[in-house]
Design a protein. Structure first.
Length: 354
């Protein structure tokens, strides 16, 4: 089986957990937390990091294995990562750094789209994964363009509108390249739990009146969300993810607070107000705590391997079943059973066990 060469945009906490995860599970795929030791025919050991980009001057020029520990990163350390021989390259800046984060590090970002594409080509990268901050629409589009020029699949893990854009979906279709987005679901995060709660309540006849989700954390993602205009795009994908689209806008609320001492730990408070049998009131409140970045890494690993499978078989454009299963705001939402059936068809399986 061939290797899956991966490029990373944004060497932050999510990138740290992804890189650590490859070494953690390559040593023992039976460890807790990994959903699919083998996905689309590829094992964790098949994933290789070939290039990385960032605009933090302290990370640029460092080996990826060192850059994942460079401030302001504060993800939990759960695996040892050897030197990778992958030097973090200067990225393209555009709108990739918000006002709330601008004074936390020296900003670089002088590369052009063509520079990024050349690095992807020379490193033979197959799949480019974007972990850009919320609100980085222009920067996201630049990296998507670079992926197109270099012949890479593109995974948009953030709320920027890429896979949902008819323009970008068509561009990747014409280029015969896979595209997955937008805004990654955590493997065991607040969105998954919130969505599951609403789904099971509605399936059993409960009528949802109001619902909210308030999250807090101390990483750079939460600091970035203190910019009101950047928070708005996150609100849109969050509402999409936990089923709020079935409610009027004033019946759904999402909020985010930056609490420095939490570091990469996320606290989530979920509330549901509903009407049950006989019109009787039903209220639910839930608190969950999870390490934020590791909870996302497993789904990224699956998306990467699905994209490599699609590349090898000439499956192009948005991978809708993959996006529906792994993203908060896919261009085409599907019920889980429908998405899984479509995914099995894409993989050429007759059933999950084929």
């Amino acid at each position: 089986m061939s290797k899956v060469n991966v490029g990373i945009v944004g060497v932050g906490n999510c990138a740290s957990s992804l890189v650590q995860g490859v070494f953690h599970y390559a040593a023992d795929a039976g460890r807790a937390g990994l959903n699919q030791p083998v996905c689309a025919g590829f094992s964790i050991a098949d994933v290789v990091f070939t290039t990385a980009f960032d605009v933090n001057a302290d990370k640029v020029g460092r080996d990826l294995s060192a850059a994942i520990w460079t401030a302001p990163n504060n993800a939990l350390r759960f695996a040892e990562v050897p030197e990778l021989g992958v030097v973090v390259l200067d990225g393209t800046l555009a709108d990739g750094v918000g006002r709330s984060c601008a004074d936390r590090f020296d900003v670089a970002g002088r590369s052009t789209i063509e520079d990024v594409a050349a690095a992807l080509t020379s490193s033979e990268t197959h799949v480019l994964v974007s972990f850009l901050p919320v609100g980085s629409q222009v920067a996201s589009e630049r990296y998507a363009q670079a992926a197109l020029l270099a012949g890479c699949a593109f995974i948009n893990c953030m709320p920027a509108t890429i896979a949902r854009s008819a323009r970008w979906a068509n561009e990747f279709e014409r280029a015969r390249l896979p595209l997955v987005g937008d805004d990654l679901k955590s493997q065991f995060g607040a969105t998954l739990v919130h969505h599951a709660l609403l789904e099971v309540l509605m399936r059993n006849g409960v009528r949802i009146r109001n619902t909210h989700q308030i999250v807090s954390g101390g990483n750079m993602d939460f600091l970035n969300l203190q910019d009101a205009e950047r928070l708005q795009s996150k609100k849109e994908t969050k509402v999409h993810g936990f089923g709020g689209t079935e409610l009027a806008g004033d019946r759904v609320h999402f909020g985010a607070e930056y609490v420095p001492f939490l570091q990469d730990r996320k606290l989530a408070y979920i509330g549901v107000q509903a009407e049950a049998f006989g019109g009787t009131p039903f209220d639910l409140e839930l608190r969950m705590s999870v390490e934020d970045s590791p909870s996302a890494a497993g789904n990224v690993l699956d998306a990467i391997r699905y994209c490599k499978f699609a590349l090898e078989r000439g499956i192009a454009g948005v991978l809708h079943p993959v996006a529906s299963m792994l993203m908060k705001a896919p261009p085409k939402s599907m019920k889980e059973d429908t998405a899984r059936s479509a995914l099995w068809a894409m993989l050429g399986w007759k059933s999950a066990s084929s």
